[in-house]
Design a protein around this ligand. Structure first.
Ligand SMILES: [Zn+2]
Length: 264
C-alpha cells in the first residue's frame, strides 16, 4: 500500500476491532516518511460498501439529540474566521467561494444569515439546502476560496484530494477543517478512529501537500479548528494577519510560512 501523500510504501501499524456498522477488524497502516496513516480496510472496501457504511453512520449521528462533536459551534467559528479574513481582503472578496463536500450546507447558511458572505455548496451525496452547485457546473481553478470541513478524514484516494484542490484559483486559498497533528497515535482507543474515518494527516504530510500544490503560507485558528492555506506569498499575507491579531489583542490566527503545525 503506497502513501497517497508522498508515495512511499506504508507499513502495518495497528488494528482496531469495531463491532458496529458491519465493521470488524480494521487495519491501520502508516507512512514511515511523512507519517500519514490510513485504514487499509477502508481503502480496500468496495465503493458500495463504503457508501452504505457512511450513510448508516451519518444517519445515526444526525439523529442523536446532543451531538458530541459540536458541529454547529464549529461552523459558527469557521464562519467568523472567514468573515474576518475577508474583512482583511485575504480571500478575494466573497463572491466566489465553494464548500466542497458541504453536506446540508450549514456553514454556508450561517455565513449567509449572520456574516453577509456567500458560499456556494457542492456535495456528491447530499443536496445542500442553499447555494447548490451541480458537479457539471464545477469549474477548475475558479474559486478564490475552497473550503472542506470534515472531508479530508473520509477520503480514500489521492484523486479526491486533488479534485478538491483543483477548484482553487491560481492565487486562491484552501480552507481545511480536519484533525492534523505531529504524530498519529498508534492506539486503537484514539478518539479520532471513528468507523467512517479512513485518513489521518500529520503536519509533515500537510507540508508535503502544500508544496506539491503550490501554497506558500497558512494560518490556523484554534476556535474553528480550521486552516487557511494561501498561494499568495507570505509578504502579501502576514501584514494583514498581524493587523487583525493586533486589532483583536490576541493571537487569533497563528501564521507560518509553509504549514502551520499548531498541534504536536
Ligand atoms: Zn507518506
Amino acid at each position: 500500500m503506497k502513501c497517497i501523500i508522498c508515495r512511499s510504501e506504508m507499513r502495518y501499524s495497528f488494528s482496531k476491532l469495531f463491532a458496529e456498522y458491519s465493521l470488524s477488524n480494521v487495519d491501520y497502516h502508516c507512512c514511515p516518511n511523512c507519517g500519514f496513516c490510513a485504514s487499509k480496510t477502508h481503502f480496500d472496501m468496495d465503493l458500495k460498501d463504503w457508501e452504505v457504511l457512511n450513510a448508516k453512520f451519518h444517519t445515526w449521528n444526525n439523529l442523536r439529540g446532543n451531538n458530541s462533536y459540536n458541529r454547529n459551534q464549529g461552523y459558527f467559528a469557521q464562519g467568523l474566521m472567514l468573515f474576518l479574513l475577508n474583512k482583511h481582503h485575504l480571500l478575494g472578496g466573497h463572491e466566489n467561494w465553494l464548500d466542497w463536500g458541504c453536506g446540508e450546507g450549514n456553514l454556508s447558511i450561517l455565513l449567509n444569515q449572520y456574516f453577509d458572505c456567500n458560499l456556494m455548496n457542492y456535495d456528491c451525496y447530499i443536496v445542500p439546502r442553499i447555494n447548490s452547485v451541480q458537479a457539471s457546473d464545477l469549474e477548475k481553478r475558479t474559486y478564490d476560496l475552497v473550503v472542506s470541513t470534515g472531508v479530508f478524514e473520509h477520503v480514500r484516494a489521492r484523486k479526491t484530494l486533488d479534485e478538491i484542490e483543483s477548484h482553487v484559483s491560481i492565487d486562491g486559498c484552501l480552507g481545511i477543517h480536519t484533525l492534523v497533528c505531529g504524530e498519529i497515535p498508534k492506539d486503537p482507543i484514539w478518539m479520532y478512529l471513528l468507523p467512517v474515518h479512513s485518513s489521518f494527516f500529520t503536519n509533515r504530510s500537510m507540508q508535503r501537500l502544500m508544496e506539491e500544490w503550490g501554497y506558500a503560507c497558512s494560518v490556523y485558528n484554534p476556535d474553528s479548528k480550521m486552516w487557511i492555506w494561501f498561494k499568495k506569498p507570505p509578504e502579501d499575507v502576514k501584514p494583514e494577519i498581524d493587523k487583525l491579531n493586533r486589532n483583536l489583542g490576541w493571537e487569533y490566527l497563528h501564521f507560518k510560512q509553509g504549514f502551520m503545525d499548531y498541534w504536536p
